[in-house]
Design a protein around this ligand. Structure first.
Ligand SMILES: [Zn+2]
Length: 166
């Protein structure tokens, strides 16, 4: 996670700025109400996604109930979109809270989803920026945006029927 240099003092948070900066806006694949889903510009694997709350918060403790619910809902949707678009054999899902835990952006929490295939490079042993990616990130964004859009549309009736039933 190298969006922000660890030595500098970034005045702008890339996650807060994701919708306004050209480069990061092109990586956003789905927008929820309180959270959104964005591709990692420096992925560990093709389709490496992050689920991010819109608010600039550094811990799960600082999240609202709605934010937590939507983070998990979007993580679930991301699992489905990745499965549909890439048919991975596994997916690493997790969070790095704090610098010592490996967070590249420590002030704004995010959930990683890294699709995995047997024989790919191990998530934990990848170092530096040398990674072999079979697909251009713009193409990845296009494919995942389509998958998210379709899945989100399909699931809307479920939400409505639950609400009317209750
Ligand atoms: Zn932020």
């Amino acid at each position: 996670m190298q969006y922000v240099t660890s030595t500098g003092e970034p005045r702008v948070c890339v996650f807060c700025d994701a919708f306004s900066a050209d480069e990061t806006a092109s990586l956003v694949v789905h927008r929820g109400r309180d959270c959104y889903v964005i591709l990692n510009l420096f992925p560990y694997n093709s389709g490496h996604l992050m689920v991010v709350p819109r608010r600039h918060i550094a811990t799960l403790s600082a999240t609202t109930h709605d934010e937590r619910c939507e983070m998990m809902d979007l993580t679930r949707l991301a699992e489905q979109a990745l499965t549909e678009a890439y048919r991975p054999q596994g997916i690493n899902v997790g969070m790095n809270l704090g610098r010592s835990a490996g967070a590249g952006i420590v002030d704004h929490i995010h959930v990683h989803l890294v699709p995995r295939w047997s024989g790919d490079t191990n998530f934990m042993t990848v170092v530096g920026e040398v990674r072999v990616l079979p697909e251009d990130i713009g193409e990845t964004a296009r494919r995942l945006r389509e998958a998210f859009e379709r899945l989100a549309q399909e699931q809307k009736p479920d939400v409505r029927s639950q609400k009317t039933a209750g």
